[in-house]
Design a protein around this ligand. Sequence first.
Ligand code: NOJ
Length: 565
Amino acid sequence: MEKAWWKESVIYQIYPRSFCDSNGDGIGDLPGITEKLDYLKELGVNVLWLSPVYRSPNDDNGYDISDYQAIMDEFGTMADFDELLAQAHARGLKIVMDLVVNHTSDEHPWFVESRRSKNSPKRDFYIWREGKDGKEPNNWGSSFSGPAWTLDEATGMYYLHCFSPKQPDLNWDNPQVRQAVFDMMTWWCEKGIDGFRMDVISMISKREGLPDVPTGGAPYGPCNLGCCNGPHVHEYLQEMRQKVLSHYDLLTVGECAGVTIDQAKQYANAQGTELNMVFQFEHVDLDGGDPAVGKWSTRKMDLVALKKLLSRWQDELDEVAWNSLYFCNHDQPRIVSRLGDDSPRYREISAKSIATCLHMMQGTPYVYQGEELGMTNAPFRSIEDYRDLESINAWRDLSTRGVMPEGELMAAIAYKSRDNARTPFQWDDSPNAGFTTGTPWIMVNPNYAEINAKEQLGRADSVFHYYQKLIALRRRSPDSDLIVYGKYRLILPEDPQLFAYTRTLGDKTLLTVCNLSGAPADFTPPAELAGTSARLLIANWKTAPAAPAAMTFQPWQAAVWVLVD
Ligand code: NOJ
């Protein structure tokens, strides 16, 4: 397999709004990130992905951009960005930008001009259609509830928005749109940034003729069905590769809603004609509800299903494409509250077990801010506590439609809301967790007195130091190549508690065994691994044998061994 720096990296995602506020306005900012670079360096990651920092009216916290070449007022200035980039580079940290080009803000000058008249030179930058029978042009629903179309008074036509009405979709079939995006990307590359995380990039090419989609009994059907992995998406990405990406040494990861393994093999193909890797959603969709409610459910993930699914991605992408490894980001609830156990007794050990399981797989791992502390979901009580438009709209829509009893709906929103990931980073036990001296834009999780970076930095067995060790093993240790490039094989596929697998490279085999349950689990090493010399690489429990042996794994216990033939 060909080696590459982006395969050997560990990426840390920063949600700037909630990371560190340097000026007391209650909102995180760029100087705040710069202040904390040494913390990130100490953790050991080498790439920082910044969620959008561009100028934005913040309907969707920066995923609605009104100027791609300016910084959001709340986050600082372009000079602050340049300083962050320089300071990061001085520490050997790379910066990956969020590229949000499926849509812009409705306040972007392109859309302001486009909506002005049917003859506007920018009209065809967006997707405008006449209504049908006095209604929307088709039955597509927005990912944020309601129809994916809004009627614009100025010209009496509808525009398409797969997200909020303030996020009109760009028309990628128009070559001028593509060129304008490529020019903007080149501008950032010339500034010296190190890569792009491409927001919903699988949605840029819509199905020919914008046909209706199945609704599953709901008023509108998921627009994803009409947009994801559309007819020209690979062509447009290849054009992007040729015109921009191929001129620089970048890390590229495409957020690909609805992507299958076969499609991922094309997006992230080893020949490098499109992207380095994709974010797939199959594993984080495992605990969704029925189609009428989508993700809004309190159902738990089935471990055997999760094992099989992640293993399929491992097996099938091996040699032909490259995996990204993630459980957390700004759209997902906290993994320790979701797959682990966030009670005081098991919080730390379950966070470590889940991390072990993910970080020893083949692919590039992503750590989302606070994950390295075992930060948990927040105790949101009423709808007023939420800031995220997806959560608020879902509450309004689902309660109006009466598809779920109110109590169940509130529980599902509390469990799955994106705001769980967006509460401020917990730096220390001072007021507001040391995030701000002002009033935070969203509530601080009250558990900051127990869960915070300062406490964990000072304690050898903390979640922070465990992540630090996992990252160091992958990035610079005698076993780095094995951890990055080794071939994956799932063992004990039907075991309902243990997630166990091997990785093999040359004469070395890595054996990872993680109890992902709250009950003891018996483990017997597979016969073919017996008789080799072994050493313990990492474990989250005070005692673990130096070589794999028949043993009982305690609740959430995890261990990794290296075996040599
Ligand atoms: C995916 C992003 O991760 C999410 O936060 C955002 O709301 C949508 N794309 C729309 O840009």
